[in-house]
Ligand binder design. Structure first.
Ligand code: AMP
Length: 280
């Protein structure tokens, strides 16, 4: 009987805030997975965690224009709603929120979001205004959806760190961090991988493996700084990439680090204008 009932429970597609308010009326213990679509196994792992830990799960698909610092990057961002919806249906997600820009940006902020100086590092330094856009949209989505938990990936560690700091201070909502899911060649799943050709994907996989080897070398090294300095040169020469940063930082405060304990190696680079980020 339960299985029969489950079969008939339809995933609700919410196209605007009226749909959303109507559907979420009376829903408690709601898990929320914000995405920009073009779903992959990384997203699926977040969704499965939410389905397991919460009574109901809502996934949003919204390519947020305000977090793109380059217009072309926004225009070229991969989109595939039809495929995404069929994945979400198969996973038995309860609600999918597909807002238009006005559904999210219908109210004006009282105060502008500004990152403190200590946080203007890594991607905040290389993508001016990016995290201000991310925090703004996450603040708005949290206000609109009122979830109990939000599931976010460690793949975007700085985003997770900043959103957690902002949201948990202001809402009764918990941010749940989820492990990075990788392909067999160690490349982290990312919607942007769809913009790479076969050779570029192989290259990106090799760079991931280089990062894992480098991190292993840190264990016995007395001079981590030098190892990083040399690997930077090596990556640029061997892979023909534009390297934004390769840095070891403490995971608790994102301060620069020169010891392996509580630290992660952060990398951002572009292959043929496609910008990839990861951490190890
Ligand atoms: P995006 O659609 O790229 O905005 O990502 C939506 C969420 O999925 C974010 O919380 C990401 O950190 C997370 N995510 C993206 N890629 C991965 C991955 N390979 N493994 C785990 N989580 C991921």
């Amino acid at each position: 009987m339960f299985y029969l009932l489950n079969y008939f429970i339809q995933m609700k597609i919410l196209l605007n805030n009226n749909d959303l308010n109507e559907a979420l009326y009376n829903v408690s213990d709601l898990g929320f997975v914000p995405t920009m679509g073009s779903l992959h196994q990384g997203h699926v792992s977040l969704i499965k965690k939410s389905l397991k830990r919460c009574n109901k799960t809502i996934v949003s698909i919204f390519v947020n224009p305000t977090q793109f610092n380059k217009k072309n990057d926004y225009i070229n961002y991969p989109r595939n709603n039809r495929r995404d919806l069929s994945i979400l249906k198969r996973l038995k997600v309860n609600f999918v929120y597909l807002p238009k820009k006005n559904d999210v940006y219908f109210f004006k902020r009282k105060s502008l979001i500004k990152l403190p100086k200590k946080d203007r590092i890594l991607c905040a330094k290389f993508r001016k205004g990016h995290f201000e856009g991310v925090i703004d949209v996450m603040d708005r989505l949290t206000k609109i959806i009122k979830p109990k938990k939000i599931f976010m990936g460690e793949k975007d560690f700085q985003q997770l760190y900043l959103v957690k700091e902002f949201i948990q201070k202001r809402y009764n909502t918990k941010i749940i961090s989820c492990k990075t899911i990788r392909d067999t060649n160690k490349l982290a799943f990312s919607s942007r991988n769809k913009l790479l050709d076969k050779i570029e994907l192989i290259k990106a996989g090799k760079i991931s493996k280089e990062m894992i080897l480098l991190k292993n070398k840190f264990v016995k090294s007395k001079n981590i700084k030098k190892l990083i300095f040399e690997k930077k040169k090596d990556l640029i020469n061997s892979f023909d990439i534009k390297l934004d940063y390769l840095e070891l930082r403490n995971i608790l405060n994102l301060k620069s680090s020169n010891k392996i304990k509580d630290s992660k190696l952060f990398i951002a680079y572009s292959i043929n204008k496609v910008r990839l980020i990861d951490n190890f």
